[in-house]
Write a protein that binds this ligand. Structure first.
Ligand code: NAP
Length: 232
């Protein structure tokens, strides 16, 4: 069956790995990227039919609407949205030196961004057969298990993203949607650096069967790359 997905933050890191994985599994991929990266461009040249790249700044209503219009020009429906774009600016800054512009920026990209995209892409997703929204969250969004003493913007934004996913599930579940919050693991990307545990290709590979499985009727779930449930 032909399936299609829109992936945000597809220029590098996990978003690029998801793009490669979904293409290799035969999906049509619509890839939203803040900046067109050489890696994504090379992939597009190899998959002229299966990969459509569009500009996307999740901070901007106009940019999100333009991306939606670009996708609408190519398809009448989408099966899945993966809200992957994210940032972690000024993460280790202690309370005494906190720059609220950076906290606000994290919330704008990591929490409001996915909601902007979900709102704009809802008609396309409603027309799709699979009705799946995947929010790339983090273990850092868990309030129960939080031991950090900084990372204000990132942790607050991911906890907010988790709440958003629960509300979306409550609202869209009766319309056939499943909303999943996933922690991809500590990955060797621009965000986490070379010391991290997983290559993002590994994380995308572990998550793929867990986010493309048929709906189980349980509704909103928050879990990590290996399927282990996380505390909200
Ligand atoms: N790395 C980890 O260990 C880790 C752990 C837990 C959760 N996560 C989550 O996993 C997701 C992917 O992270 P990553 O590690 O792959 O990070 P990354 O390599 O830094 O990639 C982040 C992506 O988000 C895009 N992006 C940033 N701001 C954007 C905006 N305003 N509009 C659209 N796209 C934007 C970036 O675009 P550009 O390339 O153009 O800058 C980039 O493609 C994030 O949501 C992150 O919070 C990561």
């Amino acid at each position: 069956m032909d399936r299609s997905v829109f992936i945000t933050g597809a220029g590098m890191g996990l978003g690029l790995s998801f793009t490669k994985k979904f293409l290799s599994e035969g999906w049509t991929v619509f890839a939203g990227a803040l900046e067109p990266s050489p890696a994504l461009e090379a992939l597009r040249q190899d998959h002229e039919r299966g990969l459509v790249v569009t500009g996307l700044d999740v901070r901007s209503d106009d940019s999100v609407a333009a991306a939606r219009d670009a996708v609408s020009g190519r398809t009448e429906s989408l099966d899945m949205l993966i809200n992957n774009a994210g940032i972690n600016p000024g993460k280790d800054t202690p309370l005494e030196e906190l720059d609220f512009r950076l906290v606000s920026e994290a919330i704008d990209v990591n929490a409001l961004g996915p909601l902007r995209v979900a709102k704009a892409f809802l008609p396309l997703l409603e027309s799709g057969g699979f009705k799946r929204i995947v929010e790339v969250s983090s273990e850092a969004g868990s309030i129960t298990d939080c031991t950090r003493t900084a990372w204000f913007g990132y942790c607050m934004s991911k906890a907010s993203l988790n709440m958003q996913g629960r509300i979306l599930q409550n609202y869209l579940g009766p319309r056939g949607f499943t909303v999943l919050m996933v922690h991809p693991g500590w990955m060797r990307t621009n965000m986490a650096g070379p010391e991290a545990t997983y290559d993002p290709d590994e994380s995308a590979g572990m998550l793929y069967p867990r986010i493309t499985c048929p709906a189980d009727g349980i509704g909103a779930r928050y879990f990590q790359y290996d399927g282990k449930p996380l505390n909200w």
